[in-house]
Design a binder for this molecule. Sequence first.
Ligand code: S3P
Length: 197
Amino acid sequence: MIEESTFQMYPVLIGLMGCGKSSIGRLLAEELGLTMLDLDHYIVEKAGKTIPEIFAEHGEEEFRDLETEALREVLGTPVVIASGGGVVMREQNRAMLEVHSPVIWLKSSLHFLAARIQGDENRPLTAGRDALTVLQQLAEVRYPYYTQCADYVLHRGEMNKAASLHAVLEYLKQWKYECSGGQSLQNDRSQTFILND
Ligand code: S3P
């Protein structure tokens, strides 16, 4: 467990469906002594409806309204936020994320993600469809937005959860160091951090 006083930061995880935002967010929150807030769960609790119900009964736009409202309510509170994959779709959300640090994009190959989410009925955008095709379409639109909002991109590749967590924590240490006036170790906002071990 990392000293709480070392970190005064409330990270937000972004990325396509299935990239591990909730599971890595949970581990990260534990390390930082924070709680993990899953934005989808927050929306579901508030609406009293599941995500598929919200999509089916009110449509995607209504879901996006709820998502924006939820983001506004929780951003900056002392939690690790695991956002929904589409949180970057609204300009207002991107504006909120751009001024918030640190925002971390968990990036995995589309094939990997498709294998993870194929057949998941809880994700209305891919339910009953070929997940890879949908993800390819989403990636085309969303990658520039993720790039715009992210302070750090974790290219997960073959990394398991523990290695991913380690990489994110290393980045956060560096981020904290830079925030406290240390010399910048990283020029490119979105460059991959190289692990020392
Ligand atoms: C969505 C992603 C989902 C959820 C909703 C829409 C998206 O969250 O918010 O089904 O537009 O990519 P996860 O990324 O946690 O699956």
